[in-house]
Design a protein around this ligand. Structure first.
Ligand SMILES: Nc1nc2c(ncn2[C@@H]2O[C@H](COP(=O)(O)OP(=O)(O)OP(=O)(O)O)[C@@H](O)[C@H]2O)c(=O)[nH]1
Ligand SMILES: [Mg+2]
Ligand SMILES: [Zn+2]
Length: 346
């Protein structure tokens, strides 16, 4: 990008924003110090971050089995702590109406994703399973699903694929054959695919058994019904759901922060804000090849180590497609994802 001179107004705005940030940071520091100096802080307790709001987090005290034993408390972070995310295990102290997090356990793993500016940020920690939610409306886009799957493989967290709103099978543009084809495609690769609906009794049976004793994060585009599923799974909670846009039939980004819930049958569920674009721009070609586990299985046998699996001679991947051992759609999707990578590493 060419360097260009900032106009006076832009420079003024930037300075103003930076000053506001500094003010906020020093206010925050002062609040933390005040709490510490005031004494009166209770005993150290073990807790879990259930949501994050800017620089503050909501923490719930847990027992040795990880079960919540009190209501969530809004907490400041001690200055030496890096930022926390939903699912973090922490040590904290409280006063009557506020709290302070003093330590964070090392994370088992962390889920990252681009924020609305495209900056990669941690979103949730200590996760056993990523539940990728798709729906009949907004219609499932297999290529997007492939992008999520690459992300889960790279993060090393096993995925579970959900196709929600199957009650719409009659009304939506998606027909039974398309649905069966998607399901079959991913099952053949080795993924588990379940169909759900929040509109019919028993509509979550296929899903609920996969959640027991695991810590799951629900991810997927806005409007597919993540929060509706979580609400149906946890009837005692009060969770906001949003309507789809009348014309575009897209979601409205109703959920704004990742939130942790305890699953009554054992385990936990984190509901996360939907995403419109799931960029993989920060990921390398090697990651994408690793993330397509079905392609990976054949690519070791290509004649050339840097084979792009397009028209190269001796390509074991295109050979597998011709022999019907590998889905052509997945290979096309693989190429399209690589085509979108920036930085010349595709
Ligand atoms: N027909 C039908 N509609 C559903 C189903 N589940 C959810 N919905 C509807 O889908 C819309 C969006 O639901 P939400 O649960 O807010 O979707 P979300 O994925 O949490 O969206 P964000 O928070 O914006 O990411 C709402 O109008 C729900 O009533 C279902 O099984 N069938
Ligand atoms: Mg939601
Ligand atoms: Zn090849």
């Amino acid at each position: 990008m060419s360097k260009r001179k900032l106009t006076r107004q832009q420079a003024w705005r930037i300075e103003k924003i930076q000053k506001e940030r500094l003010d906020r940071a020093s206010r925050h520091k002062a609040q933390v110090e005040e709490l510490l100096e005031a004494g009166g802080l209770g005993q150290e307790q073990v807790g879990r971050v259930v949501a994050r709001f800017g620089k503050q987090v909501e923490v719930v005290a847990v027992d040795t089995l990880g079960q919540p034993i009190a209501n969530p408390v809004r907490c400041h972070l001690r200055a030496n702590l890096a930022s926390l995310v939903t699912g973090d295990q922490v040590v904290f102290q409280t006063t009557d109406d506020a709290g302070i997090v003093i330590a964070c356990e090392p994370r088992r793993n962390v889920l990252e994703r681009p924020d609305f500016r495209g900056v990669i940020k941690a979103m949730a920690a200590n996760i056993d399973q990523l539940v990728i939610v798709t729906a009949l409306e907004p219609a499932p886009q297999p290529e997007l699903l492939d992008r999520y799957l690459v992300a889960t493989e790279v993060a090393g967290i096993p995925p579970l694929i959900v196709i929600n709103k199957i009650d719409l099978l009659q009304d939506s543009e998606v027909d039974q054959n398309f649905l069966a084809a998607i399901k079959n495609l991913y099952e053949v690769i080795g993924y588990t695919v379940v169909e759900t609906t929040t509109r019919q009794a028993g509509g979550l049976d296929a899903l609920s058994k996969h959640l027991i004793d695991k810590s799951s994060v629900f991810i997927g585009h806005s409007g597919v019904g993540k929060s509706s599923l979580v609400q149906a799974l946890l009837p005692n909670e009060q969770i906001r759901v949003g309507h789809l846009h009348q014309q575009t039939r897209l979601g409205r980004h109703t959920t704004s922060t990742a939130r942790f819930y305890t699953y009554i049958q054992g385990g936990s569920i984190i509901d996360s804000p939907g995403i419109r674009d799931f960029g993989l721009e920060q990921i390398s070609r090697t990651d994408v090849e690793y993330g397509f586990i079905d392609i990976r299985e054949f690519s070791d046998n290509c004649r050339f180590r840097d084979c792009r699996h397009r028209q190269e001679p001796g390509c074991a991947v295109t050979d597998a497609v011709q022999k019907g051992k590998l889905s052509r759609r997945r290979l096309e999707s693989f190429h399209r994802i690589l085509d979108t990578l920036t930085g010349g590493n595709a």
